[in-house]
Design a protein around this ligand. Structure first.
Ligand SMILES: C[S@@+](CC[C@H](N)C(=O)[O-])C[C@H]1O[C@@H](n2cnc3c(N)ncnc32)[C@H](O)[C@@H]1O
Length: 407
């Protein structure tokens, strides 16, 4: 692979913004690619792929470069250099392990980097590039399963879309992409996986609301609510509405959806997406005060609690979470999850149902919260079922969902 200095420099700049300026990786890459119109599709793919891969393998890359920390652009050049040396082996690609003779790469010795790479492979937390505390917490909670889930979480996620049945049907979208370019997903009826990565949000079909980008595992959550057209549904932690839009499709624009969140900008984004999707029965509510919920007690046929969580189930898409997540955050988010479950469950009417969901692989954010809830509220609630997706086994992101019914 021929390396272009401008593209490596852009990757270095992206890494600097992510690790030194503490900015979110997906935003950094998106803005960088927007800012330079003259880059072609291959250039864009190089920058995006290498930025994400270096973030994903950050601990391993630092180890192979013999560096503990990185502060300056010069440090990130060294790390990018080490990555480009190990990349062919690590990603199993037939490429050169030799760097161009650029001054920025001076002092990097491929042999030393590869020796360190081979040495790193014996230690899981370095080889699989994960902080000590996450490795310990997940190993303690998941036991032997952690090994394979961690390896799967370090693979690039496929591009998955959900066909929006309010606007079109599966066959139409299959024809738009070409049957030879997509895969259907067993057990997830509106999902398609693209065989080759591409920017689908730039297409006419996307602008017309024919589909949304959504992991196939995430597409199991709204149907888990057992929705029938005409019901009144509350999506209490709606964010920008990935699952709200799916709920809307299941309601077929009959009945109502109330999407709530504590962040106005997310709800504003949801309203835009809902318009594109042809949703007609949506209202939003900003929760800025506990009293906001008083009038809603006992009103919902269905309630989705897609609670804030560690995001440890979606590391394939957001690998920077590994480095930004802190143990204190995990402790506090578990308390938030419990409060949401404990308080918001009141919104469900008698005979109504609720789904509690996370995008975490950790039982302490998922199964354990539901067990605790059932223990304290078993007179009022029936536990119906729970389901967990496995990144290793299903190839989906790691989601948990539990279905409960109010007596
Ligand atoms: C996992 S995200 C939701 C993702 C969204 N359901 C989707 O499918 O795109 C959790 C959301 O909960 C919101 N949140 C955090 N604390 C909350 C609270 N106390 N009440 C309601 N929403 C809350 C966050 O702002 C965030 O948007």
């Amino acid at each position: 692979m021929k390396l272009y200095k401008g593209l490596v420099a852009a990757t270095v700049d992206a890494l600097y913004n992510i690790f030194v300026k503490n900015r979110q990786a997906d935003r950094v890459v998106e803005q960088l690619l927007k800012s330079n119109k003259k880059w072609g599709a291959r250039d864009r793919a190089f920058i995006a792929e290498n930025t994400y891969e270096i973030v994903r393998w950050w601990r391993l890359v630092k180890y192979t470069a013999g560096m503990e920390k990185a502060f300056e652009h010069a440090d990130f050049w060294k790390l990018a250099g080490a990555w480009l040396i190990i990349r062919p082996r690590h990603l199993n690609r037939e490429e050169d392990e030799i760097l161009p003779e650029w001054p920025e790469f001076e002092g990097i010795h491929a042999e030393t980097v590869l020796e360190r790479y081979n040495a790193a492979l014996g230690t899981r937390k370095i080889a699989q590039s994960v902080p000590d505390w996450i490795d310990e917490t997940a190993a303690q909670e998941l036991g032997a399963k952690w090994d394979e889930e961690l390896a799967a979480l370090n693979q690039q996620a496929p591009v998955a879309i959900r066909v929006n049945t309010l606007k079109t049907g599966l066959e139409t979208v299959i024809n738009i992409f070409g049957a030879e370019n997509v895969l259907q997903v067993n057990g997830v009826q509106d999902a398609l996986i693209l065989k080759k990565r591409q920017n689908v949000t730039g297409t006419d079909a996307f602008r017309q609301g024919y589909f949304e980008v959504q992991d196939a595992g995430s597409q199991l959550i709204a149907p888990y609510l057992d929705i029938k057209p005409g019901m009144s549904v509350i999506d209490a932690c709606a964010g920008a509405g990935g699952k709200t839009l799916h709920i809307a499709a299941l309601l077929q624009n009959e009945g109502s959806i109330l999407a709530m969140d504590i962040e106005q900008y997310k709800l504003a984004e949801l309203v835009k997406r809902a318009e594109r999707n042809g949703v007609k029965n949506l209202e939003t509510l900003l929760i800025d005060d506990e009293l906001a919920l008083q009038n809603l007690i006992g009103t919902a046929d269905r309630l989705l609690l897609d609670v804030p969580c560690s995001g440890l189930g979606v590391l394939r898409r957001n690998p920077d979470t590994k480095w930004k997540l802190k143990p204190q955050f995990l402790d506090s988010i578990r308390q938030v999850q419990w409060q949401i479950l404990d308080n918001y469950s009141e919104l469900v009417k008698k005979g109504g149902k609720m789904v509690y969901a996370t995008c975490s692989i950790l039982p302490s954010e998922s199964e354990d919260q539901v067990k605790r809830f059932m223990k304290s509220r078993k007179k009022e609630w029936n536990f119906i079922s729970e389901h967990r997706t496995s990144v290793a086994k299903d190839g989906f992101d790691g989601f948990y969902m539990a279905l409960l019914e109010r007596k």
